[in-house]
Ligand binder design. Structure first.
Ligand code: ARG
Length: 587
């Protein structure tokens, strides 16, 4: 039993009991198991209610019958109470199981929470889709940290992950940038002057040109012409564009390292699909999906699905963002043989992805089930939308710098003796920034404010880091005590029956970590893990407030409590790792 989680054990119990009562065939899906308020138990199921409806019987009676069978099949005595309440059944784990789970955490260490449920199937995760020649801002951060977390969680669940950034490096905006650059050179500007800070300088040229186009829309045609030349392989434009891409990729890599997110397997930009689009268009035509519009554009009609028209080729012959995405899906499917293909992108593109998946389905691909838009609520500033063009933006660089200086000030005030203050300040700063994004349900719209994003108290990354570091302080004392404590020391000494309520609450929480990680992998919701870790830390602090640890005179109790401390620190550290946040042992 110890290799499977409590929830999986419970699933088996339910399956056996339902089968004995010949009720299995009445259910359309596996019984639902949820985690109730701890005062009702550790797990709960509504299956009695569901069955009662089908059987047209009294829910309480159905639940009672089930409980009798469940108790019989729980031969390992994992549950100390299985209680019917109405049509619901609540399950309370026994102390023996809780202590065995504690030993398991200490034994598995960093691996606790991992599983092989992914079975090596491949999942493509696309995130941090920066655009060439544009400095990334706080909005890009959201996709970066959520994508990085999902990648880590999927890896931990035994999936083979493939990460890709799908860099925005193609489209008319690069024609506009080329035009702006050429105008700059014509007016006497030098490339060398841009090279000192190419991304910001190129962005300035682009912003200035956009303003000119706004005043004089005909200028846009110049930009379009430059893009057509680029598409046709014009040498000068190609070389300039390659330079834009090169400096941008270097910049993205710098940010990736700064943010401490995992390296990407691929940086296949939109331009990578340039030569793959004609075949895709052919394929869609052959499947009879493409129509010609009034001005010569080619599109797929999705009116009957309430999705309008999906333009593939514009009236001037230019390909669209959609076309590149069709080519991307087909390429990934063939190249990576994915089981799932997910796009971590904000919800302003929801319509785009709905169209994308629908056209692919019409073309015979299972995109409705094998792909998902992991949509993010949009981040804005109190004064309105973030716009690089309008200059209302907070660059990632500023955000990180500001976070670091705030963290350093706090450390200098609270722990002036600490070594490596700069390094720890960086860890704390990143924790605050990342956790701010991770802890909101990804679908919510966020209004960015410095104080909220850089808060170090309450449900924040630094609070979890601090709880973790405090536990390590206690463990250090225990290691130095005479005789020193080792986590290998047996736990069996203390009578399980004497487990106190705060110990019980904390042990119960520790059991749930693997379940939460599995749920994050399934629903792509990192905030579930944040909430869990926050509740775990609170349960720990409640335990610690009333339970002496190093000072506890009874040896067996002291050992049990130290093991609880060690396991809690381990789970916080494992959880933070999955969030992409470090867990310093001292801060
Ligand atoms: N670069 C795009 C943008 O900034 C986002 C790309 C999203 N991914 C995709 N496969 N379409 O809007």
């Amino acid at each position: 039993m110890q290799s499977e989680t409590a929830k999986i054990y419970l699933q088996h119990l339910l399956a056996e009991s339902l089968s004995e009562l010949k009720l299995t065939s009445l259910l359309d899906s596996d019984p639902q198991i949820s985690v109730p308020d701890p005062k009702h138990g550790d797990f709960s199921t509504n299956v009695g209610l569901v069955l009662a409806k089908k059987l047209k019987e009294n829910p309480a009676q159905v639940a009672e019958k089930l409980v009798a069978a469940l108790k019989k099949y729980d031969t390992q005595g994992v549950f100390e109470e299985i209680t019917p309440t109405g049509g619901f059944i609540n399950f309370k784990l026994g102390a023996g199981f809780l202590v065995r789970n504690l030993a398991k955490i200490l034994e598995q260490g960093e691996l606790f929470g991992a599983s092989i449920s992914g079975g090596g199937r491949s999942v493509v995760v696309e995130y941090f889709q920066n655009n060439v020649a544009k400095p990334p801002h706080v909005g890009h951060l959201r996709s970066a940290v959520i994508g990085d977390c999902l990648l880590r969680v999927l890896k931990a669940q035994g999936y083979k992950t493939v990460s890709d950034t799908h860099i925005g490096d193609w489209g008319v905006q690069f024609g506009i940038l080329l035009f702006a650059y050429k105008e700059y050179v014509k007016a006497g500007g030098k490339k060398e002057l841009l090279e000192a800070d190419p991304i910001n300088e190129l962005n300035k040229l682009y912003v200035a040109m956009s303003a000119r186009i706004e005043a004089e829309p005909a200028l846009r045609e110049k930009g379009k012409e430059e893009f057509v030349k680029l598409e046709k392989g014009d040498t000068e434009n190609r070389e300039l564009w390659q330079w834009f891409v090169k400096v941008s990729l270097e910049d993205f890599e710098r940010y990736r390292k700064l943010l401490q997110i995992l390296p990407f397997d691929h940086n296949l930009g939109e331009s990578f699909y340039e030569d793959k689009m004609p075949a895709v268009l052919e394929e869609l035509k052959n499947k009879g999906l493409v129509q010609s519009g009034e001005t010569g554009e080619q599109y797929v009609d999705l009116e009957s699905f309430g999705l309008g028209r999906c333009i593939l080729v514009k009236s001037d012959g230019g390909t669209t963002y959609h076309m590149r995405d069709f080519a991307t899906y087909i390429y990934r499917r063939k190249e990576f043989e994915f089981y799932k293909n997910i796009y971590v992108v904000d919800n302003r593109q929801s319509h785009h992805f709905r169209q994308l998946f629908k056209v692919l389905e019409l073309a015979g691909y299972p995109a409705g089930t094998d792909s998902a838009h992991v949509d993010l609520g949009f981040m804005s500033l109190p004064e309105g939308a973030i716009s690089t063009r309008k200059g209302t933006t907070i660059s990632l660089q500023n955000l990180i710098d500001e976070a670091q200086s705030r963290a350093l000030a706090i450390i200098q005030e609270k722990n002036p003796e600490l070594n490596n203050q700069q390094a720890v300040a960086k860890e704390v700063a990143l924790a605050a920034i990342k956790y701010f994004d991770l802890s909101h349900n990804r679908k919510t719209e966020i209004v960015f404010t410095w104080d909220k994003a850089l808060s170090f108290e309450g449900n924040t990354g630094p609070y979890l880091q601090y709880t973790h570091a405090r536990i390590h302080g206690i463990l250090r004392k225990a290691h130095q005590a005479d005789p020193p404590w080792h986590p290998e020391q047996p736990l069996s000494g203390r009578a399980e029956a004497k487990i106190s309520a705060p110990e019980r609450a904390l042990l119960g929480k520790l059991v749930l970590f693997p379940e939460v990680v599995a749920q994050v992998a399934e629903e792509y919701l990192p905030n579930l893990l944040c909430n869990y870790l926050f509740e775990l830390s609170q349960a720990y602090n409640q335990f610690y407030e009333v339970s002496p640890v190093v000072q506890e005179p009874d040896l067996d109790t002291r050992h049990l409590r130290l093991a609880i401390c060690q396991a809690t620190a381990q789970v916080i550290s494992n959880g933070l790792y999955l969030l992409g946040i470090t867990a310093p042992e001292e801060m």
